[in-house]
Design a protein around this ligand. Structure first.
Ligand code: ADP
Length: 512
């Protein structure tokens, strides 16, 4: 299949979150399965043109009000693709297919610092234009390289208008042609971000005002780019089956639950995978000694190293609770660290444990955490982003605390599980698909879960985990073994995406 990923982020070029990892990881796995996968992203200012190859000639993109936008196109091949001979993952042992990546270079829109905003302008005023242009340029790119995809796979609101252009401008009689057999899939990575702007920007889309309503852009008289994608894409999905269900109800739907219910026949969830080259205790170079379920000595070493790194007493007899997180409301940090009401204080004061945290984010939370570290001898934190320390926390902790308010998929709980670190989580989103609650009667489960997010429910569930650790060590050991045997590989997820692409083609009558 010819698959075009349309995204505002892809590692290693542009990343603000998990979207960037997912787009590249999925593309590589699909290419390994024998598909012709290409990615298109904007050429942000931070992406060095010197490392890319320019396609000859300028590219014109027709936008509304008679405007033609001119851009350059650069290209390169995704690192580690198109080179090695693979016998395992590629079906007939042929050379691994390259993932070609294209960069739309438009100086006025992308020749500035920042992907969506900067420190002085958190959401660029011209974002609707920047990303509407990007979505339209995708089709011109295909014409330019004379390569027409079977599937356009768009990600999140910045790419959501690509399926709209496909349906209302490119796959219709009288269009310039080439996309008659192309289908579209839109993946929601986080429904909290929708790209809502003043509707005056809509002229620029060049779709005509009847499409403002027909394509679903209209949102209480504003322009909602994600909503239009949700109305117009041939199929929709999100990054876990449970989040797909949750987003259809008001509590988690961010006002779009009605649209998702309306599209429910075409809406599903596919769990993200994790990169098992990077997150694997048996080969991890960021921890003192590798380990596996058969030989857990390395985990004890990691715990010791973790306690040392965070300046805690080295004591194998105390359970360590780890956290690696963005410090934002989504992650439940209010209930944990909120001044006077958060439960971290009571947890550390009243329970015999150690707690370590690595994170950065909202200012109030960073300063509250530092405040707690100065009053609590068993709570230590590092404010900042540090890949190596995050591995040590996953490996060296006994439990991983993740009290998320909502979690489309969540990666950290999957990392924790394969490192034998039992998650303590809220029962929400992808956490439900990946963690199984401990059952005291049977000893089954892989983690400790609670339903309602409140300081006391976090307190109670940490208490439950810790008392199990002290009193039922055999159960903990069995839970660890079970967790470490779980398979969160990208291969599995990639096969599910292939199935989704095929279903979409079938639904449109393109294949039988
Ligand atoms: P989200 O994408 O909502 O932040 P996920 O759990 O899906 O949450 O993924 C977060 C990713 O970012 C994980 O890979 C996690 O290890 C990493 N991460 C978050 N904060 C930090 C940090 N301060 N240092 C290192 N890695 C971090």
């Amino acid at each position: 299949m010819k698959i075009l990923m349309v995204s505002s982020e892809a590692v290693p070029w542009a990343k603000t979150g998990g979207l960037a990892d997912m787009v590249s990881a999925l593309s590589i796995k699909l290419a390994n399965l024998g598909h012709d996968v290409r990615i298109v992203i904007p050429r942000y200012y931070s992406i060095d043109r010197g490392a890319l190859k320019q396609l000859p000639g300028a590219m014109g993109t027709p936008m509304g009000a008679g405007i033609e936008e001119w851009s350059a196109v650069y290209t390169t091949v995704m690192p580690e693709t198109g080179k090695k001979k693979e016998t395992g993952s590629s079906p007939s042992g042929q050379a691994r297919l390259p993932v070609n990546v294209y960069f739309i270079d438009h100086e006025a829109y992308f020749g500035r610092d920042g992907i969506y905003g900067s420190s002085t302008e958190t959401d660029f005023l011209d974002n609707p234009r920047r990303f509407m242009f990007f979505c339209r340029a995708v089709f011109q790119l295909c014409r330019k390289i004379n390569w027409f995809p079977d599937v356009i796979h768009a990600h999140d609101w910045p790419a959501a208008v690509a399926p709209v252009y496909l349906k209302f401008a490119e796959r219709v009689p009288g269009s310039a042609g080439g996309f008659e057999k192309t289908v579209s899939v839109l993946t929601i990575h986080n429904l909290g971000y929708q790209g809502i702007y003043n509707k005056n920007n809509f002229d620029y889309a060049g779709l005509g005002w009847d499409a403002f309503y027909k394509a679903g852009f209209e949102d209480w008289s504003m322009l909602n780019m994600l909503k239009a994608g949700l109305y117009s894409a041939d199929k929709l999905n999100t990054v876990s089956p449970n989040y797909a269900e949750e987003t259809k109800i008001q509590e988690h739907g961010f006002r779009l639950d009605g649209v998702l219910r309306y599209r429910s026949a075409d809406y599903s969830g596919i769990l993200n995978g994790i990169d098992s080259d990077v997150w694997n205790p048996a080969s991890d170079k960021n921890i003192p000694e590798t380990y596996s379920a058969k030989n857990m000595a390395g985990k004890a070493k990691a715990k010791e190293a973790l306690q040392k790194e965070f300046g805690l007493p080295r004591d194998a007899g105390l359970p360590v609770i780890g956290m690696v997180t963005r410090l934002t409301d989504q992650k439940g940090v209010g209930e944990l660290f909120g001044p006077t009401y958060g439960s971290a204080w009571a947890i550390c004061r009243e329970m015999n444990l150690q707690m370590v945290l690595l994170g950065s984010g909202e200012h109030w939370c960073e300063s509250e955490i530092m405040n707690l570290t100065s009053h609590l001898s068993n709570f230590r934190a590092k404010i900042g982003y540090n890949e190596k320390t995050s591995h040590l926390i996953e490996a060296g902790s006994d439990f991983f605390l993740m009290p998320s308010r909502y979690e489309p998929c969540g990666l950290n709980q999957m990392y924790s599980l394969v490192y034998g670190t039992l998650p303590i989580t809220r029962r929400t989103g992808g956490l439900v698909d990946t963690v199984e609650n401990f059952d005291e009667n049977t000893g089954s489960g892989t983690g400790f879960m609670f339903d309602y997010l409140s300081p006391s429910s976090i307190y109670d569930t940490v208490g439950w985990a810790v008392s199990t650790w002290y009193n039922r060590s055999k159960d903990i050991e069995n839970m660890r073994k079970r967790a470490m045997a779980l398979d969160f590989s990208w291969e599995r997820s990639a096969l599910k995406y292939v199935e989704l692409y095929k279903q979409t083609q079938k639904a449109k009558g393109i294949i039988q």
